[in-house]
Each structure stands twice: as C-alpha cells, then as structure tokens.
Design a protein around this ligand. Structure first.
Ligand code: UD1
Length: 426
C-alpha cells in the first residue's frame, strides 16, 4: 500500500489549476447510459473512482475511452442491467447506475452498497423515488431488483435533501411519461451540473440549485459534449492547506460562488481571501483565529466533505472552536490521528471541541477515508517534522496525485510505494 511522506513546516506558495469534480463526473458518466449516441466529457479528473465507473460501464457493454481529461462513452451497445456485486462493493457511487439503467432497460439489478467508513449511508430515499415513478422493488439478501413496464412522472418529496437520491430520481425521470417534481431536493452545484448535462442531451429539467426540480419527460436523449465543473472540495482543501501552512496561493479554474460557506469561515479565521471570476487568492500569513461554531449541513451550508480539513486549521487557531457534524455519523475518524500529531480535540458524539495548539508535530498516521486522508495531508504539511500518511488509496479516490498538487506549491511530499521500495531500498 502506498504511503505519503511529508516534511512539514513549509508555507505553500504558487498557482494551481483545480481539476474537474469527481462528484459531478460520476453521476454524469452514469447518465451517459441514457444517450442514444456518443457522449464526450471534458475536464474529467484522473481518479480511482472514475476508472472504476469506466470499468463498470464497459462491463455493461458500453464502449469507453479516455485521453487525458477527455472521456468518451458510447452506450449504444450496452446490453446488461446487472451491476456485478464485486463492482458495487468497490465503489458506492455505482448506485448512480440505478436510475439510468431502469430508465433504459425497464429493469436494474444491483447490490446493497453497504455501509462505509463515514457512516451507514442508506439508500431508502433512492428506492422511494424510483418506486414513486412506478418501479417495483424486490430485495433478496443484498440483491435489489427494480423493474418497471413504464416510468410515469409524479410529485416526489424527499424527507432529507439527499444528493444521490435527487440525482438518481432526475436520471430516471428524464425518460418517464409526464412531469416529475422533486421537492426538498438537494441543491449542490453537482446537481446543477447534472441538469445542464441532461439538458445538453435533450432533456427538459429546470430548478436544479433550488429545492424544487421539475423534469418533463422526453422520448429520447442524444449525443453531446459536456465539460465537468471544477471540484469545489479539492479547491477547498487547497485553500485550507494554504491557510494552515501560512502560505499564499492562487487557485484558478474554480468557482468562488460554490465555496461561499468555506470562504466565510476562512475570513472569520482571519485568513485573507480575494475572489474574482474563476480565481481565488488566499493568504494565511498569521495564526488563524478561532471560529466559534461550524455546523455541517446540506448545501449551501458548510460541506461535510470539508469538515475534517477545516478541523486541522482550527486545531492551530488561538482559542477553542466547536465543529458539529450533522450529515454522516462516522466522520470524526481523523480526530485520533490529529491528536497523535499534538492536536487537542475531544469528541462528544457528533460534536468536536477543538482547542487550538501553537503547532502540530509529524507522526505516522492512517487515512481511514478520502476526506480524513486529505486532512492528514494538510496536518502533515503544517506540522513540524516528518509525517507519514498510510492507506493513500483512500485519498486517490478524490485527488489527482495529491503529492504532485502540493509539490507544485513548494511542499516536500513524495509517495512511497512498495514497488519503488523494492527497487531502491535506500
Ligand atoms: C454525496 C457526495 C459526498 C457528500 C455527500 C453529502 C457524491 C458521489 N458523494 O454523497 O461526497 O459527502 O453527498 O454532501 O456525490 N441518506 C439516507 N437515505 C438515502 C440517502 C441518503 O438516509 O436514501 C442519508 C445518508 O445516510 C447521509 C445523508 O442522507 O446521512 C446524506 O447523504 P447523501 O446526500 O445521499 O450523500 P451521497 O449522495 O451519498
């Protein structure tokens, strides 16, 4: 298993271009199954999860190819609605295939993706939405089979604005007969990206970005070219890393309006931020100030996907901050590792009390999930001495070679993989 070795204590400095968003690319790739023709996607990040989705699409019979950040998916020869269990287990996001496969074949067979490191992650809202559109759902052990002679538009109210459920319902409803209205829909920018993509293929969807999305069913969707939006979580991670190392960084190809809640927190922490068009300039030249309370919640509130990273920054602040996690129940796994690096944090169920310390110290720590891993890299960059982050494959799911990203900003970080070690024991 790969490790990252970081020699910390250097302020980050320079300019970095933000890659495309994993959380937008994955549902859009799944939605390509709806097109009667070739879909060309631009700005697709080179990530483990994206490779897994491409692998699943080819197992379903699609022709797929990739060159740099361009991915082409031709699903005209897709011939299977059965997502194999081993692939479901590899990536939870394979759940996104449910809506498109049901709309295309009138049948889909998947497996419970199960829980994961950050929480139980139920799919009841996905199933509720598909059932409302006319699907029959049979669960046998971990297998879930959905069938529908036809899908019919209807009103669907979500008890919680689940991102994945909103996307699955949108993808199933675009080819349904009649109009579907989703209320209490998730409002994340990735939902807007999916709407734009579906409309580019010929769908009629309006309202994404608000809590009410209206989908007027159409008979057929066609070929298109689409550019994936920039990754706001990667951008946020870099902003926090720059602030935590008291560096000065310019981010390009990012959308400041997708990061309003983070930029607000950073400004409250005394970090200088200037944002214009698709550029953000961050300066963290002094010790961060305390931010009394951060509560994670669905967009546009503070994102759960940046909670662990911001905790690192606040663990270096002057004073005590409170962070409350309300989206996923298992999202404090990084705390024990940060404490091993000298942080002073205690957790009471879903609330972390973060008492700022003047500095963190390098240690060997383990990434337990994607964003927790990114937080540990930030901690290593800010800490005094050497940090080794183990289980880097979690981080590779969402960041394109994170070591290259931070090296280009002057950090001393390199990857140690077992093969390189064998060849060069020094
Ligand atoms: C997506 C993002 C993930 C982000 C999350 C919340 C992708 C690929 N992943 O995940 O990075 O952290 O949004 O912003 O886009 N829930 C139910 N029943 C359901 C569905 C969800 O109870 O049927 C609960 C979940 O257990 C969780 C909460 O709703 O507690 C949020 O989940 P959801 O918004 O669905 O997140 P994902 O789509 O899985």
């Amino acid at each position: 298993m790969d490790k990252l070795v970081i020699e910390g204590g250097k302020p980050l400095s320079g300019t970095i271009r933000i890659h495309g968003a994993k959380n937008a690319a994955l549902p859009i790739m799944a939605a390509s199954l709806l097109a009667d023709g070739e879909v060309r996607l631009l700005n697709v990040p080179r990530l483990l999860d994206i490779e897994v989705m491409l692998g699943i699409l080819s197992r379903l019979g699609c022709d797929t190819s990739r060159e740099d950040e361009e991915v082409v998916i031709d699903s005209s020869k897709a011939n299977s609605f059965h997502v194999p269990e081993d692939l479901m287990k590899q990536m939870r996001s394979s759940i996104f295939l449910m809506g498109p496969l049901l709309a295309r074949f009138g049948e889909v067979c998947i497996y419970q993706p199960g829980g994961c490191a950050i929480g139980e992650r139920k799919i009841d809202l996905h199933l509720y939405g598909l059932e409302a559109l006319g699907a029959t759902i049979e669960e046998t052990g971990s297998q879930i089979r959905c069938t529908a002679n036809k899908l019919t538009g209807t009103d669907i109210h979500l008890d919680f604005p689940s991102v994945g459920a909103t996307e699955n319902i949108m993808m199933a409803a675009v080819l349904a007969e009649g109009t579907t209205i989703i209320t209490n829909a998730a409002r994340e920018p990735e939902i807007q990206d999916l709407q734009h993509f579906l409309n580019q293929m010929g769908a009629q969807v309006i309202g994404a970005g608000t809590d009410t999305i209206t989908i007027r069913g159409v008979k057929k969707l066609g070929a298109c070219e689409y550019e994936i939006l920039p990754d706001r979580i990667v951008a946020g991670t870099v902003l926090i890393a720059a602030a935590a190392t008291r560096g000065s960084v310019i981010l390009t190809n990012c959308n400041p309006s997708h990061l309003v809640s983070l930029l607000h927190v950073l400004r409250r922490a005394g970090i200088q931020i200037r944002a214009y068009d698709d550029i953000i300039n961050v300066n963290g030249l002094t010790r961060p100030k305390v931010v009394e309370r951060i509560v994670t919640s669905p967009y546009p509130a503070f994102p759960t996907d940046l909670q662990s990273q911001v905790m690192v920054l606040l663990s270096l602040a002057e004073g005590t901050s409170i962070i409350k996690e309300t989206v996923f129940e298992g999202r404090f796994k990084h705390v024990d590792e940060l404490v091993r690096m000298g942080a002073d944090i205690t957790v009471d169920l879903y609330t972390a009390i973060v008492r700022g310390v003047p500095r963190l110290f390098g240690a060997t720590v383990e990434a337990t999930d994607l964003r927790a891993g990114a937080a540990l890299v930030i901690a290593g960059l800010a800490a005094q001495g050497k940090t080794t982050v183990e289980q880097v494959h979690h981080i590779d799911r969402g960041y394109e070679r994170i070591e290259d990203l931070f090296q280009s900003l002057g950090a001393s970080v390199y990857r140690e993989s077992p093969l390189i070690k064998q060849l060069d024991p020094a």
